[in-house]
Design a protein around this ligand. Structure first.
Ligand code: RM4
Ligand code: MN
Ligand code: MN
Length: 382
């Protein structure tokens, strides 16, 4: 295998359990017949994605959405499917108690409840063999004057400090920011600067997570990536694409060039890649197809970034040439890497044409028959 092929072969993407199940918009949810009924079946679907793409060996979980009574059994199910459990995502945005926030809430009793859930997730991760807590808080305010912005920031910091102190050495803390939504006036962790400041206060195992749907229009995300990576504070990604806001569409479907530029930052000096996770919520598209297409797009974007002639790029940048470097990037971007990606997938036991094979295999139809009436995969011992 060439150098690029072996790097590509080692690409490892976490798919999100929440991307397989029911999701929708605030206007409605369209239930798909093949949808998994529990976390075990969500893992079954993730295993199909892993098999076809050969780049998705782990699944990120969300709690309490993926809560079960017996975590050893869940771990065993994942292992039987050849999957690892990726990051654990605590969910502090749905319970009525969190109407005014969780870790930023003015009520200390609610903050205690939020911290208790964070600590519970540390234990869940331990039981599942996961090595990361991936945190996103919906906390914020809707109206100027609703709460004290500085006080909220300190409350968040205090709660995170308590969580960080409880982390076992094998777990890291990933902190995700988001400009707005569901809060519309202020969000407690709105941007990478706030997330970075909090991480620096916590310690070296706290890093920033970049979700591609969480920025203002026109933000240069690759520059954020470059800065965080240089400070060793780039914890990972939530990959998706967007046109307007946090649209959670298929990776690379709207702006593949921006994705390529992000990969160019990631592959600079060939440093180890951070944790790469997909965070999508599919509304009308077939969910497994959407996940497979996202991974194929990630593979192609990554491969193209590895084609950039770094030596020539360095020289032309040092010479102050305005356009040569840009041309070098375009040359890599415009290379057709599809045959290479297909070959690498095949060599790893995946599919040359994962979407074609998925459709031809009738997997979705089989699942919709099985799941319409039959026992769940656990009940059936599958
Ligand atoms: C948020 C954010 C989180 C995800 C939830 C479901 O917008 O992206 O990462 O866990 O959505
Ligand atoms: Mn996210
Ligand atoms: Mn989001």
């Amino acid at each position: 295998m060439t150098d690029i092929a072996s790097a590509l072969g080692a690409l490892s993407i976490e798919t999100p359990s929440w991307g397989y199940g029911d999701s929708g918009t605030r206007f409605g949810t369209f239930k798909q017949a093949a949808r998994p009924r529990d976390v075990f079946e969500r893992l079954d679907d993730a295993a199909e994605v892993a098999r076809l793409t050969a780049s998705a060996p782990a699944v990120a979980l969300h709690f309490p959405w993926d809560a079960v009574d017996d975590y050893a059994k869940l771990r065993e199910h994942a292992e039987r499917l050849g999957l690892a459990i990726g990051a654990v995502n605590p969910n502090l945005f749905q319970d009525p108690d969190y109407r005014l926030g969780s870790v930023g809430n003015p009520d200390p009793a609610i903050r205690r409840r939020a911290v208790a859930h964070l600590l519970e997730c540390v234990e869940i991760a331990r039981a599942l063999g996961s090595s990361a807590q991936s945190l996103w808080f919906a906390d914020g305010t809707n109206y100027p004057g609703q709460d004290d912005l500085s006080a909220r920031h300190e409350r968040v910091a205090d709660c995170l400090r308590e969580l960080y102190a409880a982390l076992p050495p094998e777990q890291e803390l990933l902190l995700e920011y988001k400009l707005f939504e569901p809060a519309f006036y202020s969000t407690d962790i709105p941007d990478w600067g706030t997330a970075l400041a909090l991480c620096e206060r916590l310690g070296e195992r706290a890093r920033v997570l970049v979700d591609l749907g969480h920025h203002a229009f026109g933000t240069n995300v690759e520059q954020i990536v470059a800065l965080l990576a240089a400070r060793d504070r780039l914890g990972g990604f939530h990959f998706n694409d967007r046109r307007y806001a946090d649209d959670d569409l298929i990776v690379g479907s709207v702006n593949p060039f921006a994705l390529f530029l992000i990969f160019c930052e990631l592959t600079r000096e060939r440093r180890p890649l951070p944790r790469l996770t997909i965070d999508q919520s599919h509304n009308v598209e077939p969910k497994i197809e959407a996940m497979v297409l996202s991974i194929v797009n990630l593979q192609e974007s990554y491969a193209k970034s590895l084609l950039v002639d770094r030596h020539a790029l360095g020289l032309t940048q040092n010479e102050g040439d305005v356009l040569r470097g840009h041309e070098l990037l375009l040359h890599a971007y415009n290379t057709d890497v599809r045959p290479l990606c297909a070959k690498v997938r095949e060599e790893l036991g995946g599919a040359a044409d994962p979407l074609g094979e998925l459709r031809a295999s009738g997997y979705a139809q089989r699942m919709s028959d099985q799941r319409a009436a039959g026992p769940t995969s656990v009940e059936a011992g599958r």
